[in-house]
Design a binder for this molecule. Structure first.
Ligand code: ADP
Length: 398
């Protein structure tokens, strides 16, 4: 274990994740999560030396601020604060301005706030987290790591919407994508596992968590991705609708729905939650489905079908020489039924599930779960580690 750590902060709209990462080994010395901010069940929990602790956050007041102060106190008590060499902040939208990780200054924070129009649920919370950390650790270098940066290599034919060009020229409305750190990490790990150099490896990375996105990675670079201007597009998600005919919005407006109601519905009340009417959580969907709930089964079916269709379409984006399809994220790393169903659709490309391999690659375990002789490719599971990428980026820029 080294003596220099990076504090990684992921400040979300109703949560605050943190981890103290050893950039040499990738180990998390301590990691934790404040969640359900603004609700009576708000709490903060962390894991240190294998032990989990959870505390309720008192009702009222600013829960972000409370959680941040509690984390700082915890890190002081554990004697970690003086070992930090940098703070790395996950930021969702970097627009076209940020093509890689940058050191944070006042100008950078202002630009992140300005870009909140691209990720309204996320960027403001990201910027607030950066400001809070700059205040507590004024002498530490702070870095912003953007979810969109990895996708800045997409060609125009992938990132342009078929709208009047002025809308791009004037407002920079285009596909930006998200989850870039995760897609980057698992594509690199896949290349390593296959004994190839990253720049010679073609993969389709399938990040399925509460948010879900799929990326075509050709010769190590993102060439297309399913999220769009904002993280609302693409496959269906926990509470987000994914791809939608834009006319649905106009239709609902004509029915008297206002912008706020539509926005909240598409972002927070759709996906697994909306279709099932029960839960946004994939495990909950599986349980309800096993108990015979038809709407949960519908939500499960729509999800898998859409994921498989995106993977199929990215065969075109990657072109000849696909090496692997890589599953990651909470659902991708753990859900046997989802992977089984998606692999079933991919039979048409010659993929044959390795049932034992699929069972074994769960709960933090990587592994090959299917092979296609036709494509000369495998399907595999690789647990993501966005915090490690963030920590290593900080150290390499120091
Ligand atoms: P986030 O996008 O918030 O980081 P995660 O990547 O942690 O989310 O993924 C959360 C999702 O993973 C939830 O839908 C959860 O139900 C699902 N998940 C976690 N473990 C399992 C499991 N064993 N089986 C099925 N789904 C799982």
């Amino acid at each position: 274990m080294s003596n220099s750590y990076v504090l990684v902060i992921n400040s979300g709209s109703s949560s605050l994740k943190f981890a103290v990462i050893d950039p040499e080994t990738g180990d998390a010395v301590v990691s934790g999560l404040g969640e359900c901010f603004g609700l009576p069940e708000a709490e903060i929990s962390w894991k240190y030396q294998g032990e989990k602790t959870a505390e309720a956050i008192p009702a009222g007041g600013d829960h972000h601020q409370y959680a941040f102060e509690r984390i700082v106190k915890l890190l002081d008590t554990l004697g970690l604060s003086e070992k930090f060499v940098a703070v790395g902040h996950r930021v969702v939208a970097g627009g076209e301005a940020f093509k890689g990780t940058v050191r944070v200054n006042e100008e950078v924070v202002a630009e992140i706030e300005r870009l909140a129009e691209l990720a309204p649920l996320h960027n403001k919370a990201n910027a607030d987290g950066i400001r809070a950390a700059m205040e507590v650790f004024p002498s530490l270098p702070q870095f912003a790591i953007f979810d969109t940066a990895f996708h800045q290599t997409m060609p125009a034919k992938a990132f342009m919407y078929a709208l009047p060009h002025e809308i791009y020229d004037e407002y920079k409305v285009r596909r930006y994508g998200a989850h870039g750190t995760s897609h980057y990490f698992v594509s690199r790990e896949a290349a390593k596992a296959l004994g190839k150099s990253a720049t010679d490896c073609n993969v389709i990375t399938v990040h399925l968590g509460n948010g879900a996105s799929i990326t075509a990675v050709k010769n190590g670079e993102s060439v297309d991705t399913s999220m769009g201007l904002t993280p609302l597009a693409g496959v269906m998600m926990g509470t987000r609708c994914g791809d939608l005919d834009p006319s649905v919005i106009e239709f609902l407006m004509r029915k008297g729905w206002d912008q706020e109601k539509i926005f909240t519905t598409l972002n927070k009340k759709s996906g697994f939650l909306g279709l099932s009417g029960k839960t946004s959580d994939a495990r909950g969907i599986q349980e309800a489905m096993e108990a015979g709930d038809e709407r949960a089964k519908l939500a499960f079916d729509v999800f898998n079908y859409r994921v498989a269709k995106y993977i199929a379409s990215y065969m075109v984006s990657v072109g000849e020489g696909l090496d692997a399809i890589v599953f990651t994220g909470g659902i991708g790393e753990n859900s046997l039924p989802v992977r089984h169903e998606v692999l079933n659709y991919l039979k048409v490309f010659g993929f044959v599930e390795d049932e034992k391999g699929n069972e074994a690659a769960r709960f933090g375990q990587s592994g090959i779960i299917a092979k296609s002789e036709v494509m000369g490719a495998v399907a595999m599971v690789i647990p993501t580690n966005e915090e490690l990428v963030i920590a290593q980026d900080c150290v390499s820029l120091l």
